[in-house]
Design a protein around this ligand. Structure first.
Ligand SMILES: C[S@@+](CC[C@H](N)C(=O)[O-])C[C@H]1O[C@@H](n2cnc3c(N)ncnc32)[C@H](O)[C@@H]1O
Length: 266
């Protein structure tokens, strides 16, 4: 038995380690993880994505989680939710479409158990989210999902629909000069990193416009790596919400047809 002394809940606050028996170590190492989650010094899950490194990339160390209900769309093993919970979120809900992952292990339940987390996991495609079915949250996070979407505008609309006040997301994006209008590239044949699950490359103006249409205003945009950006946006009253332009758009038959087609195919 690896023996350590402190409450699991605070592992990301003060580095307090978690006890893992030899059997649990074997179990952890046999699972396919997405996130590297540190459980104790020198003991972390063997995921592809270094959760700790992404804390600053995703602005997790800047936003205030205290007392908030937080959902994370595309949460995979839940690292960012465990972080939010350790930093004072009162409720954390992970939403993921398990069919979109390239490995199926339920490692997140192992992490939840060991971290004594109260996170709740829901299985849903972002396109199917609604506040009536999935709840509404003070803050919605969505990291590494938008560029996987064929319909990024709809993904943003659905994510915003369950966000009461704030949205925090990270995505691949295309850098462009400020005078360039909003655009979003469609990667038809895996042109982005040779990955056929990558579909969309918006510029910042597109992200700003897409959020504005949903009634959100960017409060911080943080570029990391060459082509990644994290956006923190807050709900505001704006010209779109005041003019009810969205309702006009939603009334058109064309949009409804498009939605049914997309929902049937996902
Ligand atoms: C690149 S991983 C990012 C994982 C995690 N958010 C992070 O940043 O470390 C993409 C995640 O998005 C999820 N995903 C992709 N398309 C989705 C969709 N249409 N609806 C819901 N989740 C989706 C995948 O299942 C996966 O968990």
């Amino acid at each position: 038995m690896l023996s350590f002394n402190s409450s699991a809940k605070h592992f990301l606050l003060d580095g307090a380690p978690i006890e893992l028996s030899p059997e649990e170590l074997t179990e952890m190492n046999s699972m396919r993880w997405w996130h590297q989650i540190p459980f104790a010094p020198g003991v972390k899950s063997n995921g592809f994505s270094d959760g700790v490194r992404h804390i600053s990339d995703y602005l997790l160390d800047e936003v205030d989680f205290k007392g908030k209900s937080v959902a994370d769309i595309g949460c995979w093993d839940g690292f960012q939710l465990f972080f939010a919970e350790a930093h004072g979120a009162r409720k954390v809900v992970g939403i993921d479409d398990l069919s979109q992952r390239h490995s199926g292990d339920n490692a997140r339940e192992f992490a939840k158990r060991k971290l004594q987390s109260e996170v709740e996991f829901l299985d849903s495609n972002v396109y199917h989210l609604s506040p009536a079915t999935h709840g509404a949250y003070d803050m919605v996070m969505m990291f590494g999902v938008i560029y996987h979407l064929v319909y990024p505008m709809l993904g943003i609309e659905k994510a915003c629909s369950i966000a009461r006040n704030e949205i925090l997301f990270a995505t691949h994006y295309i850098e462009s000069k400020p005078e360039v209008p909003p655009f979003c590239i469609l990667y038809e044949n895996g042109e982005l990193e040779g990955d056929m699950s990558n579909w969309s490359g918006p510029n910042l103006a597109w992200l700003e416009a897409a959020l504005a249409i949903q009634g959100f205003e960017i409060v911080k945009a943080h570029r990391y790596f060459n082509d990644r950006i994290t956006i923190h946006a807050k709900r505001v009253e704006n010209q779109h919400t005041q003019n009810s332009r969205l309702n006009t758009v939603r009334d058109t038959t064309m949009i409804e047809e498009f939605r049914s087609r997309m929902e049937a195919s996902s």
